[in-house]
Design a protein around this ligand. Structure first.
Ligand code: NAP
Ligand code: HSE
Length: 436
């Protein structure tokens, strides 16, 4: 056992910060044994030090001044678990400038400012550790960096947002309303401070931007990614999909297409028999396909206090080992200006996939023929059609599944279909990913 301890400053004592302190308190002996030195919490910065906390912390340890905390000479590692981008960015950069290693759970910070953060880390000879930023407790970043390092990654896809998966599971299994399920996800601590990040797909986009950057050694920015969330999903479509043998999930997909990448986030129907379809609640699953290893799948809790804290503390131990050994920290290839490559990202219109379409059309002869003629003109072939008995006298829902089609063609066809006199509502369109 080393005669010294490793001193840590924590910014944030909310859902994740509380979990981190719980682990550091309950496993203090085991961690000291593993590391060869104890971890000591030098200070915890919060917005309001007077607020009641779910755990006991030593008197005088809370501060409302994160900047002072990250500058303290004794602090060697800073854990940023406060969230948000602008203030978190300033504290993280200041910590790096003061040669502190940084551990962060903040995917928005890394997705938006990864280059700046790693430039500062490289300039100051310290590391930034971000396992908790993607898929909560699943060690997917270490898997990409270490276990799968021999591979050229061909495809990454999966469920990366616990809140959305929780909402969709509750809607499908309990018939819960979207609003009820979201409120429960917030109560359970899965959702971001601003839950629109979750339900509008942005949180998933941050995560797939980070995974794509790490996997392909090229910085992928958030504005290169097509993003569509789950806000407009209706129970009716979940039920039709189930009848047809599909389950609805919010998917992130990043795949090599020649020398370019296709990266997108959107709701998707997937076969109900697939493993991903059976990932429920706040669980996440990430599939990684490598040229040597073939398909692999990583599964676990993607949000919540203790799973996320598990990843933060694992990173803390890695940073502490770096501190104790004095060896230099590594900069990921994608944010290493000497090694990163550039990789174009294809526009969404060039994506090819299958589609679920639900139209509300007039119930009279010739209507299906009008719709089919338009689809045919855009080379969109139908795989299945369901028409239920009319629920109201004058219009009827028609559900179609297409074979593979190009996004550009599909959107053009929908514009024409929605302009037909027989169409009563804008067509609901959900992509169908059969190959998962
Ligand atoms: P949270 O529950 O809202 O907690 C945020 C904490 O940061 C609170 O303790 C708050 O202080 C403190 N804080 C916020 N702004 C501050 C400021 N300007 N100065 C000082 N302290 C400040 O958030 P969380 O759910 O733990 O999430 C934290 C981070 O982890 C986010 O980046 C999030 O994306 C990420 N993450 C969360 C999860 C999850 O399941 N929750 C999973 C993976 C990653 P007060 O307590 O005084 O208000
Ligand atoms: N809000 C995120 C989610 C937390 O629901 O997955 C984990 O990153």
């Amino acid at each position: 056992m080393s005669s010294r301890s490793v001193q840590v400053g924590i910014i944030g004592l909310g859902t994740v910060g509380t979990g981190v302190v719980k682990i550091l308190q309950s496993r203090a002996k085991g961690i000291a044994h593993q590391l060869g030195a104890p971890i000591q919490i030098a200070g915890i910065a919060v917005r309001d030090p007077k607020k009641a906390r779910a755990i006991e912390v030593p008197a005088g340890i809370l501060t409302d001044d994160p900047m002072e905390l990250v500058r303290r000479p004794e602090v060697e590692i800073v854990l940023e678990v406060m969230g948000g981008t602008e203030q978190a960015r300033q504290y993280v950069l200041e910590a790096l400038r003061h040669k502190k290693h940084v551990v962060t759970a903040n995917k928005a910070l890394i997705a938006l400012h990864g280059q700046e953060v790693f430039d500062a880390a490289a300039a100051n000879g310290v590391g930034v550790y971000l396992e908790a930023s993607v898929a909560g407790g699943i060690p997917i970043i270490k898997a990409l960096h270490e276990g799968l390092a021999a591979n050229r990654i061909e495809r990454i896809y999966g469920i990366l947002n616990g809140t959305c998966n929780y909402i969709l599971t509750q809607m499908s299994q309990q018939g819960a309303s979207y609003q009820e399920a979201l409120a429960e996800a917030q109560r359970l601590g899965y959702a971001e401070a601003d839950p629109t990040f979750d339900v509008d797909g942005l949180d998933t986009a941050h995560k797939i931007a980070i995974l794509s950057s790490l996997a392909y050694g090229a910085p992928i920015s958030i504005d290169q990614i097509y993003v569509e969330g789950i806000r407009r999903i209706q129970l009716e479509d979940i039920r039709y999909a189930e009848t047809l043998g599909y389950t609805l999930k919010l998917l992130a997909i990043s795949e090599l297409r020649g020398s370019a990448l296709s990266v997108r986030v959107h709701p998707a129907l997937i076969p109900s028999t697939s493993v991903l379809a059976n990932v429920q609640g706040a669980f996440n699953a990430v599939a990684v396909v490598g040229d040597a290893v073939g398909p692999t799948l990583f599964y676990g809790q993607g949000a919540g206090q203790m799973p996320t804290a598990s990843a933060v503390v694992a990173d803390l131990l890695e940073a502490a080992r770096t501190v104790l050994s004095g060896r230099p920290a590594e900069i990921p290839l994608c944010w290493d200006r000497r090694k990163a490559v550039a990789m174009p990202v294809l526009p969404m219109e060039e994506t090819e996939t299958r589609y679920y379409l639900r139209m509300q059309v007039e119930d009279r002869p010739g209507v299906l023929a009008e719709v089919a003629t338009i689809l045919g003109r855009y080379r969109i072939s139908l795989a299945a059609v369901i028409q239920k008995e009319p629920t109201c006298a004058e219009s009827v829902p028609v559900v179609m599944l297409t074979h593979r089609a190009q996004e550009r063609n599909l959107q053009a066809a929908l514009r024409e279909i929605d302009a037909l006199e027989c169409t009563r509502q804008p067509t609901v369109c959900i992509r169908l990913e059969a190959d998962v």
